[in-house]
Ligand binder design. Structure first.
Ligand SMILES: Cc1cc2nc3c(=O)[nH]c(=O)nc-3n(C[C@H](O)[C@H](O)[C@H](O)COP(=O)(O)OP(=O)(O)OC[C@H]3O[C@@H](n4cnc5c(N)ncnc54)[C@H](O)[C@@H]3O)c2cc1C
Length: 400
């Protein structure tokens, strides 16, 4: 009965949304089989990874809980290759042919070939990364308290974050809360340094909000160094572009992302950050049956002419649109062009503190600071779960 395959690569924000919506739209067309493929058996709430890295909170849900009672076939495996010339996907020890392909594999860390950076730093792009940071921070704190040498203790308690974008800033806020709360660590004296190559933190935000982010972080004891780049990392030191050498056991690199090498070798045309160049319907250039979305797609905002940023809100919107467009194509109807809805941006700076703005009807852009902003951030995250529940319709609440 199934003789046509739609392969959705990646069960993150965009991929799982696309797969769920496709399953609903194609309910009466059993000849289409939807494969959803991810290396992990769970969907990660990636926008909360900094919380998992510092507080070890639950930020994932089993994919099976979300897709149960749908027709989606979930394959837990690593995708090794996308062969668009032969319309097939190569997995660890099998391959899958497809009629339609949806690429939603997210980003990996970009180390920009900075010497030693990949070898001697932690990153924050996956749950595995978050767990590694959590273990590392706890381990280094314990060791520092046991050390009898003041200089070594100080180096151990110097936490450096490279990159003052959203991820770096959110991690710095969480980490400051944690270390300030650990009485022994606070009295031993710790340092959190946030190093940013540009002139201000979170450049996506306007200057006023960016300044607010800096002030709030400094209020928590985070030292911010702007206009400065990391140029080399060794096992226990960091060389900066201003000539300084920082001794530090911990460097979390949050300074850049790019698409993985699978995308590069897929035969698709890529642009900035290795993202796939797509048309207004999110079809890969020259490949009408291949769609890309989320961090993998270099979608252009038709209003501004600029690339749509790599953000969860856009991955979710694009997941819904791609499903609709594949369905339209199957039914011989017109596809819809992508017009991003910018809903706002809220940056969390630890528990109960955030800074950001939301698009509110009539006022356009309303700024929020402090506790209210943190409530809104939580509401946005809850909304994602609600939307997934709505798409899934048969969700089992994994938190019990
Ligand atoms: C700490 C942090 C905080 C963030 N905060 C925000 C925020 O507040 N707001 C916001 O809008 N955005 C935020 N982002 C960005 C946002 O998380 C991403 O833009 C979003 O996750 C992109 O969604 P996606 O569907 O493209 O990919 P992802 O959600 O990254 O999903 C990709 C999936 O592909 C799978 N995968 C990748 N490679 C393979 C392979 N080879 N084989 C099998 N499976 C594979 C992965 O396991 C993953 O499940 C944050 C990111 C981080 C890291």
């Amino acid at each position: 009965m199934h003789n046509k395959t739609i392969a959705v690569l990646g069960a993150g924000y965009g991929g799982i949304t696309a797969a769920l919506r496709l399953a609903r739209l194609l309910k009466k067309m059993p000849q289409y089989r939807i494969y959803l493929i991810d290396r992990n058996p769970f969907h990660t709430f990636k926008t909360q990874l900094h919380e998992a890295a510092v507080r070890n909170v639950e930020v994932s849900v089993p994919v099976q809980n979300i897709i149960r009672k749908t027709s989606i076939v979930f394959i837990q495996d690593s995708i090794r290759e996308i062969n668009t010339a032969k319309s097939k996907i190569i997995l660890s020890d099998s391959e899958i042919g497809y009629e339609y392909l949806v690429i939603a594999l997210g980003s990996i860390t970009n180390y920009y070939n900075i010497p030693g950076l990949q070898e001697y730093s932690l990153s924050l792009q996956s749950l595995e990364d978050a767990n590694a940071i959590y273990e590392h921070i706890n381990g280094v704190c314990e060791e520092a308290l046991l050390s009898t040498r003041e200089d070594i203790r100080q180096d151990m308690l110097r936490f450096v974050i490279g990159g003052g974008g959203l991820t770096g800033v959110e991690l710095a806020g969480e980490l400051a809360d944690l270390l300030n709360k650990k009485a022994e660590i606070a009295s031993a004296g710790f340092q959190i340094l946030l190093i940013e190559g540009g002139s201000r933190l979170v450049p996506n935000l306007d200057e006023r909000m960016s300044e607010e982010v800096s002030q709030r972080l400094q209020g928590k004891g985070v030292k911010i160094i702007t206009n400065c780049r990391i140029v080399k990392r060794t096992i226990d030191a960091i060389a900066l572009s201003n000539g300084d050498i920082l001794k530090a056991y911990t460097l979390v690199w949050t300074g850049g992302i790019k698409a993985g090498s699978i995308i590069e070798s897929s035969g698709l045309t890529t642009g900035q950050m290795g993202r796939i160049i797509v048309n207004e319907f999110l079809q890969a250039e020259g490949h009408p049956f291949v769609y890309a979305l989320g961090d993998n797609a270099l979608a252009i905002n038709p209003t501004t002419g600029n690339p749509v940023p790599a953000a969860a809100q856009f991955a979710l919107q694009q997941g819904r649109l791609v499903a609709g467009n594949i369905y339209a194509d199957i039914c011989g109807r017109d596809k819809r062009p992508y017009k991003p809805k910018v809903l706002g941006e809220i940056v969390s700076l630890g528990r109960h503190l955030a800074v950001g703005w939301l698009a509110v009807p009539f006022f356009k852009k309303v700024r929020f600071f402090g506790f209210i902003a943190s409530l809104l951030k939580t509401a946005i995250e809850d909304k994602h779960i609600l939307l997934l529940k709505k798409e899934s319709r048969n969700w089992i609440d994994w938190r019990g």
